[in-house]
Design a protein around this ligand. Structure first.
Ligand code: F6P
Length: 379
């Protein structure tokens, strides 16, 4: 019989975290289960820092709120965690046993892990070591394997769409090329979908290295038809044929995690396009507004479905799975299928050879739709 459960939110924040938490707590309460939340994700699990969540107090009136009421920790890999020794030296240690001990002592029958590929990798690693875990796929990047959609993604696309609308009017007024750089890490979902919803002329994504001359042709073709401006949406992970992804710096998030900080491809693209078209070009890097703030109605509903389903699975005793949407239906898959070949405990997630990330494939409807209406994908 399930008595006590705990939630942890991990990784970069997204709109919808709170809606998931609320749905888990409400479903738990309706079934006589006590709910807790670890503060700052896996960090809270390690430090044994948690609070009780009830609808009388913290977990109600939050469906519309951005961020996470229990915080979130970015890239905390407790299986390979940086610790400072008393003599000042630093080393990486596997502290997962401490976390497992904390869960056992607290008496939590299940941990709900809200997060992207890195979070789900650790969730699976904990499940191998004996904890009952249920994952819920979160990320604006929409790149978690096994699900059609992650919560937070729709809000990011909406924010990007509004930005494209605004760039259209200023671009058209001044006859400029307007470039919008969006997030998404190694996947082009946000760029592709928002280019369609915002009526962009070009969408450049990591999955399709671009030929700058094809982009120039598109812009010149528009000019010939009297459209003296163009709007380009570029994913932060996009790169030219034969080129490399542009990275800003290296994140200091420890070992066993992806420390690449992407960003800046739009500046290179702008320089190249100004030179090749002679048109004034301006860059907007959308950044963290894609993650913060109020979730869309779609994300509120998706998050609520995910939270409720996760708690129902726990009540039935189905653990070590990820809640997913498959072909439009709420479902679940094994965490083993999410990590794919990345089976080594504590190994890094992200863009490594063995990692599983769900990227845009050429047969996707979004790709076909974009091509059909003449959005250039730079190929
Ligand atoms: O994975 C979500 C995401 O927002 C990516 O789109 C982006 O590349 C990255 O996180 C930024 O990470 P950080 O919060 O460490 O700057």
């Amino acid at each position: 019989m399930l008595k006590k459960v705990a939630i942890l939110a991990n990784g970069g924040d997204v709109a919808g975290f709170n809606a998931v938490i609320r749905a888990i707590v409400k479903t738990a309460e309706n079934n006589g289960v006590q709910c807790f939340g670890y503060i700052d994700g896996y960090k809270g699990l390690l430090e044994n820092n948690y609070v009780e969540l009830t609808t009388v107090d913290k977990a109600s009136g939050i469906i519309y709120k951005g961020g996470s009421i229990i915080g979130s920790s970015i890239n905390t890999n407790v299986f390979n965690y940086k610790v400072k020794n008393p003599d000042g030296t630093e080393e990486y240690k596997d502290l997962s046993e401490q976390c497992i001990q904390n869960v056992k002592e607290a008496g939590f029958d299940c941990i709900f892990a809200l997060g992207g590929d890195g979070t789900q990798k650790s969730a699976r690693d904990f499940s191998v070591r004996g904890l009952n875990v249920i994952g819920i796929p979160k990320t604006i990047d929409n790149d978690v394997v096994g699900t059609d959609i992650t919560f937070g993604y729709n809000t990011a696309v909406s924010v990007a769409t509004e930005a494209i609308d605004r760039l259209h009017t200023t671009g058209a007024t001044h006859h400029r090329i307007m470039i919008l750089e969006v997030m998404g890490r190694y996947a082009g979902w946000i760029a592709l979908e928002s280019a369609i919803s915002g009526g962009g002329d070009v969408a450049l994504i990591p999955e399709i290295p671009y030929d700058i001359n094809k982009v120039v042709n598109k812009i010149n073709g528009r000019k010939k038809r009297g459209k003296a401006f163009s709007v380009i949406v570029v994913a932060e992970g996009a790169c030219p044929i034969g080129g490399e992804m542009v990275t800003k710096k290296t994140r200091q998030n420890g070992s066993g995690v992806d420390n690449t900080k992407l960003g800046g491809i739009s500046e290179k693209l702008a320089d190249d396009l100004e030179e090749l078209t002679g048109m004034e070009t301006r860059v907007t890097i959308l950044g963290y507004v894609q993650r913060g703030g109020t979730p869309t109605a779609f994300d509120r509903v998706l998050s609520t479905k995910y939270g409720a389903k996760a708690m129902q699975l726990a009540l039935e005793g189905t653990f070590n799975v990820l809640v997913v949407i498959k072909d439009g239906k709420l479902d679940y898959i094994s965490l083993e299928d999410v990590v794919g070949r990345n089976t080594e405990i504590g190994a890094a997630s992200g863009n490594t050879e063995n990692s599983s990330l769900r990227k845009v494939d050429f047969n996707n409807d979004l790709v076909k739709t974009a091509r059909s209406i003449g959005i250039s994908l730079g190929d």
